[in-house]
Design a protein around this ligand. Structure first.
Ligand code: SF4
Length: 366
């Protein structure tokens, strides 16, 4: 399909998620090639600017003060520390920096002013700057926008039904309210979730309904696999199978075609082959650096070696998914010149509810 739908149902999404894997992969890769360059993956860096001591009770999070984990808490980093880390990240191929603070919500005052200064500083480095600071009011979102924030992350985590099994200190409505507050500014929305918290496939589909029916859909959707940390209520959860991750990425790509789908936490448990299938299925971002907030993550050199063997290029900052009209125009321009478009796409325009198999059949008839 070339147009974004905002009326996906849980049943439809579940049907996609449960398709035979080869069909699901083919369909997701087809959609991916219409809207994105399949050989480009964004490298992002996640910085924990204030670690631990959080009053919330997210069952997966080692930073919640109430759980007994090995996390070493830190006060808010200085602007110069953040700048130095962002410059290092840029030098090693990152085009986006996401700053995370373990807060329930943003409080106006000197600490928020310091974060605003960090945003201004990273902005000058010509990198996309994202923040994840907990709940924000409309006014705080406006101040972040004025400072030059490119994206605000606030994950829905899971389905509305399963949410209360994982978090009790705030509700799903609070999450949606923050997203709405961010939407009142020109800051883009980053919102996704975590799989492997004991939820069902129906809950995974439910989360994708909540995200895909937002209008506009989030520009960025991180898909995380739970990293079960000792001392948290979810410490006993079984690791997510790579097939579940691939299915989740592929389904996200199909229902949110223009979105940047981010392969986030849990990559240390994935083989290169598994990650390659996630990229084929539509993931177009990874987080680099040996730590993802507080949990382990592959070393950036390993990631660059993986990019090299897969022929992937790191994406530059501020690249937006092309609109369908742009895709058509670019493809016909290249065809007129007898050249291949930068991204290949089926000639046949995919209609709503049409499967990739039907598209291929239509192509063969020509
Ligand atoms: S996920 Fe965020 S809000 Fe929840 S406990 Fe961890 S730091 Fe706090």
């Amino acid at each position: 399909m070339t147009h974004t739908r905002h009326d996906w149902t849980q049943r439809e999404i579940l049907e996609i998620y449960n398709k035979p894997l080869m069909e699901l992969l083919y369909e997701a890769a087809t959609v991916h090639r219409i809207f994105h360059d399949p050989n480009t993956v964004q490298v992002s860096t996640l910085l924990s600017i204030k670690t631990g001591g959080c009053p919330e009770d997210c069952g997966y999070c080692p930073q919640a003060a109430r759980y007994h984990t090995d996390i070493e808490g830190n006060d808010l980093m200085s602007v110069s520390q953040v700048k130095a880390q962002a410059m290092r990240a840029k030098a090693s191929g990152s085009s986006r920096v996401c700053m995370g603070a373990a807060w329930r919500n943003v409080k106006d005052g000197p600490e928020f002013d310091q974060v605003l200064e960090m945003v201004r500083t990273i902005n000058k480095l010509d990198m996309e700057v994202c923040c994840t600071l907990g709940m924000v009011t409309e006014n705080q979102a406006k101040r972040l926008a004025e400072a030059g924030l490119y994206a605000y992350n606030h994950n829905l985590d899971t389905s509305e039904e399963y949410y209360k099994e994982v978090i009790s200190t705030r509700g799903y409505e609070d999450r949606l309210q923050t997203i709405e507050n961010v939407r009142k500014t020109n800051v883009t929305v980053c919102s996704g979730g975590i799989i492997g918290m004991g939820e069902s496939a129906k809950d995974r589909a439910g989360m994708l309904v909540a995200l895909s029916t937002l209008d506009p859909q989030p520009e960025s959707v991180p898909i995380n696999a739970l990293v079960a940390v000792e001392g948290t209520p979810l410490e006993e959860e079984k690791p997510v199978e790579i097939w579940e991750m691939i299915r989740m990425v592929a389904t996200t790509r199909i229902v949110m075609p223009k979105t940047q789908v981010r392969l986030s936490a849990g990559r240390t448990n994935m083989s290169r082959e598994g990650q390659a299938l996630c990229f084929f299925a539509g993931a177009n971002s990874i987080f680099a650096g040996d730590k993802l907030l507080t949990t382990p993550n592959p070393d950036v050199n390993e990631d660059m070696a993986m990019f090299k063997s897969l022929g992937l290029n790191p994406q530059k900052a501020f690249v937006k998914a092309p609109q369908p009209e742009t895709v058509e125009a670019t493809a016909s321009k290249y065809h007129a010149l007898g050249e291949k478009p930068k991204w290949t796409r089926p000639e046949h325009k995919i209609e709503r509810n049409e499967t990739a198999k039907q598209v291929a059949k239509a192509e063969l008839k020509k």
